[in-house]
Design a protein around this ligand. Structure first.
Ligand code: NDP
Ligand code: ZN
Length: 353
């Protein structure tokens, strides 16, 4: 089979590989649509997960099942499915403890294009099919379905980590596709005021659509100063971080109310440590919680998020700014994600409707 792979850090290309084998609890799928993630860029060009040779990239897509193992109960060849980016082993102790994304070790629930070949391939392997796949509702098109792999669950997890409650004022730092879904998640959880941080017009327009009420630019001075100015010096109840650097945490702590929470889903690629400002952290006693996490995977979550879209409560169309037709466009879409033109939110490669 043909797949688009990381040959080594900084180099990618098409390769031929054996079709993966299906274990008793697994499924083999063929993609119907695929999406490129900022994490693919981090993996390939920044060596975020270390060196990999001839590893097929990609962890976002929806698919048709072509084969299932003899112990798989709920899926069969021909089923159209949502495929989460994170595919934990559901019988692991970590999953039993409530942290499925760390099944088998920290962050090890992330298997596609990390510990095994990813989804940018004619066929790909899904472990624990009954635990991880979900049927694709017929009313969701294949392009939107790709957003349910990672953007929706990750962005929404930011809102969960920050514990957004009815009426909260929420700052969302970073309004790329992940941050946009944090805005949507915060709005669905009842936030009153949602301040988005980001400069690109296309993202601001989409953020407004999803419920952002105001914006600030991180290039126009420290975020905390701008937020304190906008809130009469009080700060916000909750903060979701979906963009920025290790230094963003200090800005966040400075404009978070005592008792507030920061939910981080941003990948930190540089810097040795995160500095917490002593005084603004209440000299150690401010009840300002910092919570960072990888998105949870799993069928239950996929089914619930899918029903939210199918019920018309979450419109994913604004996320797919660039749609390519045909599997062969993966390289073009990936390079577009690396170059991030001003009008890009998310590139998607559609293979079938
Ligand atoms: P994008 O690059 O599309 O968006 C980043 C956003 O952050 C943009 O709005 C950008 O603004 C803003 N930004 C950039 N620099 C700063 C800064 N210094 N301070 C504040 N805001 C800044 O990324 P994605 O939305 O695709 O992904 C966001 C992050 O989430 C990535 O790090 C990705 O790896 C990570 N991720 C995490 C997952 C998880 O499970 N935890 C899963 C998937 C992704 P501008 O408008 O100027 O571009
Ligand atoms: Zn992703």
């Amino acid at each position: 089979m043909k797949g688009y792979a990381m040959l080594k850090i900084g180099e990618s290309g098409w390769i031929e590989k054996e079709r993966p084998k299906c274990g008793p609890m697994d499924a083999i799928c063929r993609p119907l649509a695929l999406a490129i993630c900022t994490s693919d860029v981090h993996t390939l060009w920044e060596g975020a997960i270390g060196e990999r040779h001839n590893m097929i990239l990609g962890h976002e897509g929806c698919a048709e099942v072509v084969e299932v193992g003899e112990l798989v109960k709920d899926f069969k060849p021909g089923d159209r499915v949502l495929v989460p980016a994170i595919t934990p082993d559901w019988n692991s102790l970590e999953a039993q403890a409530g942290f499925s994304m760390h099944s088998g070790g920290m962050l090890a629930g992330w298997k596609f294009s990390n510990f095994k070949d990813g989804v940018f391939s004619e066929y790909f392997h899904v472990n624990d099919a009954d635990g991880n796949l979900a049927l694709l509702p017929s009313s969701i098109n294949t392009v939107d379905a790709c957003m349910l792999s990672d953007m929706v669950p990750t962005g929404f997890h930011g809102a969960e980590l920050a514990d957004v409650q009815y009426g909260d004022s929420v700052l969302v730092i970073g309004i790329g596709p992940v941050g946009l879904m944090s805005v949507a998640g915060a709005a669905l959880r009842g936030a009153s005021r949602i301040i988005g941080v980001g400069t690109r017009k296309v993202c601001r327009d989409a953020a407004k659509f999803y419920g952002a009420t105001e914006f600030i630019g991180y290039r126009e001075g420290p975020i905390d100063k701008q937020v304190l100015d906008m809130t009469g010096g009080k700060g916000v109840d909750k903060i979701i971080i979906a963009g920025g650097t290790v230094d963003t945490f200090a800005e966040a702590v400075k404009c978070l109310k005592p008792g507030g929470r920061i939910g981080n889903v941003n990948y930190l690629g540089e810097g040795e440590s995160i500095a917490i400002p002593r005084v603004e952290w209440g000299v150690g006693m401010g009840h300002k919680l910092i919570n960072g996490g990888l998105m949870p995977g799993g069928r239950l979550r996929m089914e619930k998020l899918g029903s939210l879209v199918a019920a018309g409560k979450l419109d994913l169309a604004p996320l797919s700014s660039h749609v390519f037709n045909g599997f062969d466009h993966i390289e073009e879409a990936l390079f577009l994600m690396r170059d991030k033109p001003e009008d890009l939110i998310k590139p998607v490669v559609k293979i079938e409707d």
